[in-house]
Design a protein around this ligand. Structure first.
Ligand code: UTP
Length: 271
């Protein structure tokens, strides 16, 4: 059973500058609702009971968003506004599920994951990257179903245009299980068009085994001097850990770049 999810939020968000010089990108509104709430709703609907946020001192604003009880209580006692009461109730529901851990130096996604080590209770956990929104179908829920059926690690996949492979993590596949699920035999970070083994890209939803923590602690910094989660995943694949790529049915929205954010907001407002 997958009961815990982790969400790395300690990155710098340089692609969304200047907004991110003063603001956490995960709180930017998409049709009036912060990006992170879409991610939380996906987790809740997928049956997740506890969510661990990896933040940094620079992104404490994210914690404040969920810990403004006195502010709400004051306003509610003065205004008796139904809408505010409803919002506060929703925030309280989220807050009860969230734990915060800190990664004050953005040393990479692998390093961010490592910060959650002592909080992970079960054999497997879910990780969601909030820059990747998936709408219309719950990707995490579908991946948990795959995990339950095959008792394996699972990662989300999506076909991308061949001339864009160098922007993505790209899968190399082994056996095909069925239309939407294939065994992963390798994953290459941002390969050239020539070297890419497929045009199937890694999207930010992962079901990972607890044993990844010991691998990350031995993982050396890779591309850009960062400790990448992909490098630790590769090591696990080489050690015969079963990883399945799940081609999800929902619609992918990129929220990590300025063009992506603008387009995602438009798409979400059409829902
Ligand atoms: P990215 O590297 O894609 O995004 O990290 P970023 O660092 O937030 O933004 P850019 O690239 O500078 O525009 C993917 C996810 O991993 C988190 C980020 O917050 C993001 O959700 N992350 C990244 C960490 O938590 N810690 C890190 O050291 C690096």
């Amino acid at each position: 059973m997958i009961r815990q999810a982790i969400i790395p939020l300690a990155g710098l968000g340089t692609r969304l500058l200047p907004l991110t010089s003063v603001f956490a990108k995960e709180l930017l509104p998409m049709n009036g609702k912060p990006n992170i709430e879409y991610i939380l709703d996906e987790c809740i609907d997928a049956g997740i009971k506890e969510i661990i946020f990896i933040i940094s001192n620079k992104k404490k604003m994210i914690k404040r968003y969920f810990y403004s009880d006195n502010f709400y209580k004051n306003i509610i006692s003065k205004k008796k506004d139904k809408r505010i009461k409803h919002i506060y109730k929703k925030i309280l529901k989220y807050k009860k599920m969230i734990k915060f851990v800190y990664q004050n130096k953005p040393l990479g996604t692998g390093d961010a994951v490592l910060k959650t080590k002592k909080y992970i209770k079960d054999k497997y956990f879910l990780m969601l990257l909030p820059d990747d929104l998936i709408i219309k179908k719950n990707c995490s829920k579908a991946m948990i179903k795959v995990h339950n059926t095959y008792n394996s690690s699972v990662m989300a996949s999506m076909n991308v245009k061949k001339n864009t492979v160098s922007r993505w993590g790209i899968y190399k596949f082994g056996k095909k299980i069925n239309t939407n699920n294939r065994i992963i035999s390798d994953v290459l970070e941002k390969p050239s068009k020539k070297k890419a083994p497929s045009n199937s890209a890694v999207i930010g939803r992962y079901i990972l085994p607890k044993k990844i923590f010991s691998i990350i602690s031995k993982t050396k910094p890779g591309v850009g001097g960062e400790i990448h989660i992909t490098d630790a995943i590769r090591q696990l694949i080489y050690r015969n850990e079963k990883f399945i790529a799940h081609k999800f049915l929902g619609k992918y929205l990129d929220c990590g770049s300025m063009d992506g954010y603008i387009n995602s907001s438009k798409e979400i407002s059409k829902l």
